[in-house]
Unconditional design. Structure first.
Length: 700
């Protein structure tokens, strides 16, 4: 690829399926512009509002540019600068005795602050493996859905992004791509211009739902029931592909019996919609060809999220939608990428390997894990915590417990960060990390099928260092001699992918570096003739693997933990279901401190239906108290029928310190886990709301 002098190839590192190819214009050593690469087919020159302002984030006045140690109380955010040598010495002084006495008392905490393979879990993972530290179960976002796909398709695989333009029906299910996947949305709009029907299935009339031909506002956590109701109608009305089912699926007879229990009226009662909506949706799906589903992770953040993904993922195989490139389903395409995970993270470095694993902690339960030291449910007390690529005090559920745990004086905490986040305020040692414009990395994607390379565009600001360099420094200070801890970023990148895999037979590492990306060689219709990466090679309606694990081998509907069906008494006290999808200009807690992105939102808000507002004497613009047994948060009410009755919507995730009351919506969410994959249940949450002025008058 020939680039203009002063222009560098880069990649958006954030937790978004689009994984955009960037170009960075550099003048006199400074990045002055970030824009979408017009030559990269998925990106096609377009960026979201957030990333188009990436220079504003990189050069933000609040960037951390030197190591610091705490001088105030935990949570106060008071630090003094120190040198890197002093930082590493302090870390070693604290970590070495713990590692010698009880290495499992050391815990990493990280997620997708960068999706890069090198700066994510490479040297970091090797460091913790060499120590024998506890293993973190990284569950906070997508494990319920990924596990549902694994037991149905065999991996996180699906249809190709580019073929959605040829679909004639697109179900946008549990997704708001205007906010979370703009490049899919561009293709959906083009499909609509060509005559396609777009249907949004979402409890909330999101920006996407407003622009679709139909919006089905089901109750949160009832998606599996709707999918099973569609199956009922498809089978009853003969709208299935018997040949595809016979050749390329397992367990149809059992699935047919399960779906028989979900007649349209029962499904309507569960989902809070009309029975004829269920019938019409199923008939559209069974008769409009090709039909596609763009599933996203919002709908799997409830108790039955894994089963819901399993149920929805069965639909394309029932109708034979996979026969056409523009038919099928996409939740994630990440399973297509031939990532060499063992070479990157080196689990063989664990003491006593192979087969020996330290204790594991589910990141979605970090509040309980920190607040109950010595609890047999969690094992040894966590004495040291190293946080990177995450902001758990803001993003983890049941936030009051998380903050309480981080405030423990007997917990030594290191935080690698770009900014002084809510979590950074609790650090004992705060280490400045580089942004994507300042380091090298390679990437896969979960919304398209390209491998990509990020070249550093500028020198690190101040004393900031890449994650890999920081973990090498920690290893060196602790006297760890394992050679794998000191491999260079390039050495790691060369090991990142299996270049002998058939999908990469046309390329190699040097091709990737030269061109900036490599498209995986995959069929246009990857499952037109089966070939699913399951043990049977078929779409498994009935999973023998789940059965062996003592779980239901068929997808089913599980009501939310916090619902009238599961807990009538709780629903009596807290009658509103609360969901907290991302705000348009935030990405989890990233970008919240960028004023130009936060300013249009103003303050954290809660959207409430006019009927629910009137019953509580709440008017538009009023400051309200949203509460349940776990906590409370103050928000501004927006009275709108965009939220269906009985459901309230708090767009998230705000830094606590940037909210008026120093809290955010995760004060309300629960540490309960999903049915499959142990995922977080952010959208399985009951609350009530009261106007603050009424509370004040009652107190007086």
């Amino acid at each position: 690829m020939n680039l203009t002098p002063g222009v560098v190839n880069a990649v958006c590192p954030h937790d978004c399926p689009d994984t955009c190819a960037l170009r960075v214009t550099v003048e006199h050593g400074k990045a002055v512009k970030v824009y979408g690469d017009p030559d990269h087919p998925p990106t096609n020159g377009a960026l979201c509002t957030k990333v188009s302002r990436y220079t504003e984030r990189t050069y933000h006045a609040g960037r951390l540019t030197q190591p610091m140690r705490r001088v105030g109380k935990k949570g106060e955010g008071r630090f003094e600068p120190i040198s890197w040598d002093a930082a590493f010495e302090l870390a070693a002084q604290k970590l070495k005795p713990i590692a010698e006495r009880c290495p499992e008392a050391i815990l990493p905490y990280s997620y997708a602050g960068t999706m890069g393979i090198v700066q994510g879990e490479s040297i970091a993972a090797r460091f913790f493996h060499v120590l024998g530290a506890s293993v973190l179960e990284r569950t906070i976002c997508a494990t319920a859905g990924a596990t549902g796909l694994k037991y149905t398709y065999g991996a996180s695989v699906g249809m190709h992004l580019e073929h959605f333009v040829d679909s004639k029906l697109i179900l946008i299910w549990g997704s708001n791509p205007v906010v979370s996947s703009v490049h899919f949305w561009m293709r959906a709009q083009e499909a609509r211009r060509r005559g396609a029907k777009l249907v949004a299935i979402d409890p909330y009339r999101s920006l996407t739902a407003e622009k679709c031909d139909e919006h089905i506002a089901l109750q949160p956590g009832t998606d599996a029931a709707l999918a099973l109701g569609m199956m009922h109608v498809l089978i009853r009305d003969g709208l299935i592909d018997d040949d595809y089912i016979a050749r390329y699926t397992e367990g149809f007879a059992a699935l047919r019996a399960r779906a028989a229990d979900y007649d349209p009226q029962r499904v309507a009662d569960i989902c809070g919609i009309e029975a004829d909506v269920v019938v019409r949706l199923a008939r559209d799906y069974g008769t409009i060809r090709p039909a596609s589903i763009r599933l996203n992770y919002g709908m799997q953040r409830a108790r039955g999220g894994g089963n819901a993904v399993r149920a929805i993922a069965c639909l394309p195989s029932l109708t034979g939608a996979w026969r056409h490139p523009a038919g099928g389903l996409l939740l994630s395409s990440s399973g297509f990428a031939p990532v060499n995970a063992a070479a990157i993270t080196r689990p063989d470095l664990l003491p006593g390997s192979p087969g020996r694993l330290p204790r594991s902690i589910n990141m979605s339960a970090i509040g309980d894990a920190l607040c109950h030291p010595g609890d047999p449910a969690f094992g040894p007390k966590i004495e040291a915590l190293i946080v990177y690529n995450s902001n758990p005090v803001a993003v983890a559920p049941e936030s009051a417990k998380v903050a309480q745990g981080f405030a423990r004086e007997d917990l030594f905490t290191i935080v690698l960060e770009h900014f002084q986040t809510d979590t950074a305020d609790y650090a004992d040692l705060l280490l400045p990390a580089t942004t994507q414009l300042e380091h090298f990395d390679v990437h896969k994607a979960y919304g398209h099928t390209y491998l990509m390379v990020n070249q550093p565009a500028i020198e690190p600001l101040g004393q900031a260092r890449p994650n890999t360099a920081i973990f090498r420094g920690l290893a060196r200070a602790m006297g760890l001699a394992t050679p794998a801890l000191y491999e260079t970023d390039e050495q790691i990148a060369r090991q990142a992918f299996n270049w002998r895999h058939p999908s990469l037979a046309h390329a190699d590492y040097d091709t990737l570096i030269r061109d900036g990306w490599v498209k995986l060689a995959l069929p246009d219709a990857p499952f037109a003739e089966g070939g699913f990466p399951t043990p049977s090679g078929k779409c498994e309606f009935y999973s023998a693997r789940l059965e062996r694990e003592g779980l239901d081998p068929l997808p089913d509907y599980l009501p939310p933990y916090e619902s009238k069906a599961s807990d009538p008494a709780l629903a009596g006290r807290y009658p509103l279901t609360f969901i907290s999808p991302p705000a348009r200009h935030f990405l989890n807690s990233s970008f919240v401190n960028v004023e130009s992105l936060r300013r249009p939102i103003g303050e954290p808000r809660i959207e409430i239906h006019p009927d629910d507002a009137a019953a509580r004497c709440i008017v538009d613009g009023a400051r309200v108290r949203v509460f349940n047994d776990r906590g409370e948060v103050e928000l501004i009410a927006r009275v709108t029928d965009g939220a269906r009755t009985g459901v309230v919507v708090g767009l998230s995730i705000w830094w606590k310190k940037l909210s008026a009351d120093g809290r955010n919506t995760n004060q309300l969410t629960s540490q309960a886990l999903t049915d499959l994959g142990g995922g977080a249940t952010f959208y399985d949450c009951l609350v009530d709301i009261a106007p603050l002025d009424r509370m004040a008058s009652q107190a007086a």
